[in-house]
Design a binder for this molecule. Structure first.
Ligand code: FPP
Length: 262
């Protein structure tokens, strides 16, 4: 299956990324963008291909979007690659995504290093295949000194689980006398989340047309601007990404206060 897909590489791979950034104010580019990459299956179905082909095309698209985001000065890109709920899918699809992650994390290391991309992860390690965990650890280690964009991949991730785990870890530290209840504030609590040391997303993009957050970064998106497109993830071009940023820059981010223009 992979061989066939590699042979039929789409134009995505050849995209030279000469997108027009006209209309983007370089001073107001979001620091952190989060993406819910939805619509891979429907994209494939429209082409009379198996759903897995859509995931393959989605992974290719992610490579392009990382490069574009980096070129625009975005510091962090968080991407929802596999949710705690995705295990409910047919075993063949789950196995394919795991294999895709394995290959992606193996083949992209050189590319990440050339482009100074630092990889990190969110989600539960328990339940992931040993091979994928090994590749994740390797990617973390090999890219840890890079200072370019952070690609924060959510794998076996669910926002509610993340918060519950953080609460348990806080409780354990209180019980062990390492932390007092009075000391628990937003900053302290956030250090127990998978996004420790990362600012919250300024912008959350969802492709595929559905208007929901699907358990993604529930704590962190409290004040994120949301941008939705009907385009399926494999069709989420750099041009569309730029459009999302242009729209974002028109938003009035009040964060509960008054007129805080972006
Ligand atoms: C949603 O599309 C997408 C996923 C469940 C997985 C996202 C995975 C990738 C982009 C590829 C793997 C990523 C890496 C980094 C290798 P869907 O299947 O829910 O599509 P549908 O809504 O059309 O059914």
């Amino acid at each position: 299956m992979f061989d066939e897909m590699l042979k039929t590489r789409t134009a995505l791979e050849n995209n030279d990324l000469t997108v027009s950034i006209e209309g983007i104010d370089p001073e107001c580019v979001p620091q952190h963008v989060a993406v819910i990459m939805d619509g891979n299956g429907r994209w494939a179905k429209e082409r009379h291909k198996p759903r897995t082909y859509g995931h393959y095309a989605g992974a290719e698209r992610l490579k392009e979007i990382v490069r574009t985001a980096d070129g625009l000065g975005i510091k962090i890109l968080s991407a929802y690659a596999f949710s705690t709920e995705n295990w409910k899918r047919p075993i063949t699809e789950v196995s394919f995504i795991m294999k895709l992650l394995d290959i992606y994390l193996t083949n992209e290391i050189e590319n990440f290093n050339q482009n100074n991309v630092r990889v990190r992860f969110m989600g539960k390690r328990e339940g992931l295949p040993a091979k994928v965990l090994e590749k994740m650890d390797n990617a973390l280690e090999k890219t840890k000194s890079n200072h370019g964009i952070i690609l924060n991949l959510a794998i076996n991730y669910g926002g509610q689980t993340e918060i519950l785990h953080a609460v348990k870890k806080v409780a354990l530290d209180v019980k062990a006398g390492l932390l007092s209840i009075e000391e628990i504030d937003f900053t302290v609590f956030e250090a127990y989340l998978d996004t420790k040391d990362l600012p919250p997303p300024d912008l959350l993009i969802r492709t595929g047309g559905d208007f929901r957050v699907s358990n993604f970064m529930l704590w962190q998106i409290a004040y994120s601007e949301i941008w939705n497109t009907a385009a399926f993830w494999p069709d989420f071009s750099s041009e569309l990404f730029i459009k999302a940023l242009q729209d974002y820059q028109k938003r009035d981010r009040r964060v509960g206060g008054l007129n805080k223009k972006i």
